[in-house]
Design a protein around this ligand. Structure first.
Ligand SMILES: *Cc1c(COP(=O)(O)O)cnc(C)c1O
Length: 354
């Protein structure tokens, strides 16, 4: 039986997407070849890549606004490096909201000066810190919209006069935003988009080509744009599956429809966390993520009982990240409301029993 999959990543995907993807591995559209054994230069795959890139821009409402979409490899972690390589001339600002932004800072420091515009590191990254003015002499400002490990999410974004770069790995395509406020967005596919092995990069072309350093071809966004995201062999299976998932999202009604569902799921779980005396939320209420809910038991002695109960209910993937412990329920786009209901039932059952 299919588990209720709360994994933080690689993530749950719609069942129909998995089915179509597995059919393509056997025989792509009846063409007599598997998707993963045909040339990425074939018309079939070039169409897939173009469709995936176009869908990403269409769903984010960024068509015709000077943006290019790329599906690259190396994960979001590769973009920590590429962003700095392509944009950091002398000094960049980074908002430090969690493990991933902290890692992005570490990479950027190899290329120039990093100004931490604000940080919640000393409070265990349990909230989004306030930024007080961002200097105009920074090459760009880097933020992380959703902090997958600590379960916090930015609800508003700074208005700045410098390029705004956002790591949107774990909440892209989950809620409505004016995406044109960002100059560069990147996201590892395996959180809310597709299988691991590719990441989406959306970049406004006019911010590129300004640094004086020489950039190796594979790391150069301008080269990747000129080669239509195929400078080297792309991740054909992850890109195809991501395309199927974006089609699924579009057919469903796009971001407005999925946002409503995501809000319902989050409300259901957070109200149980708040009402049930056996549980406590990790993130500050106003910064709670609709994608990743982090919580702990108030009485550690109940751990074995609770763990046995949710496993028995067919739930998978709610152990917290090893760095903070407790529990983390990830409720990405493909997670049905019923699965969250099952978890909430187990939590209230524990309260009745204890
Ligand atoms: C998982 C994650 C990353 C790292 O992604 P990789 O694809 O494994 O490199 C970066 N940023 C955020 C916000 C993440 O959730």
């Amino acid at each position: 039986m299919k588990k209720h999959n709360f994994s933080a990543g690689p993530c749950i995907l719609p069942q129909e997407v998995l089915l179509k993807a597995s059919e393509a591995v056997q025989d792509f559209n009846g063409c007599g070849l598997s998707l993963i054994e045909m040339s990425h230069r074939s018309k079939e795959f070039v169409d897939i890549m173009e469709n995936a890139r176009a869908l990403a821009l269409e769903i984010l409402n960024l068509e015709g606004k000077g943006y290019k979409a790329l599906f690259l490899t190396g994960g979001a972690s590769m973009e920590f490096v590429r962003v700095a390589y392509n944009l950091l001339e002398t000094k960049a600002g980074y908002l430090n909201t969690g493990t991933w932004s902290n890692n992005a800072i570490k990479e950027a420091k190899l290329f120039g000066e990093v100004v931490e515009v604000a940080s919640s590191k000393n409070e265990g990254f349990n909230h989004i810190p306030k930024m007080f003015g961002v200097a105009n002499d920074l090459d760009y400002l880097h933020i992380t919209s959703n902090n997958t490990i600590h379960g916090t999410q930015m609800k508003s974004f700074p208005k700045v006069n410098i390029p705004l770069v956002c790591d949107m790995s774990s909440d892209i395509f989950s809620k409505q935003l004016d995406f044109s406020q960002f100059d560069l967005i990147y996201a590892g596919a395996q959180k809310n988009m597709g299988p691991s092995g590719t990441q989406l990069v959306i970049v406004k072309e006019d911010i590129l080509g300004k640094v004086t350093r020489k950039i190796p071809s594979i790391l150069d966004y301008q080269v990747q744009i000129a080669k239509d995201s195929m400078f080297n062999t792309p991740a054909v299976f992850p890109v195809y599956t991501t395309m199927l998932n974006l089609e699924w999202l579009k057919d469903l009604g796009g971001i407005p429809v999925i946002e409503e569902l995501n809000n319902k799921k989050a409300q259901l779980l957070y109200s149980e966390i708040d009402l049930n005396p056996l549980f406590k939320g990790y993130a500050k209420e106003e910064d709670r993520s609709t994608m990743n809910a982090t919580f702990t038991l108030t009485d550690e002695k109940l751990k074995d009982t609770f763990d046995a109960m949710w496993k028995e209910a067919g739930i998978s993937g709610i152990n917290g990240h090893r760095s903070i412990g407790g529990y983390r329920a990830s409720m990405y786009n493909a997670m049905p409301l019923e699965s969250v209901g099952v978890l909430v039932d187990v939590m209230s059952e524990l309260e009745r029993k204890a």
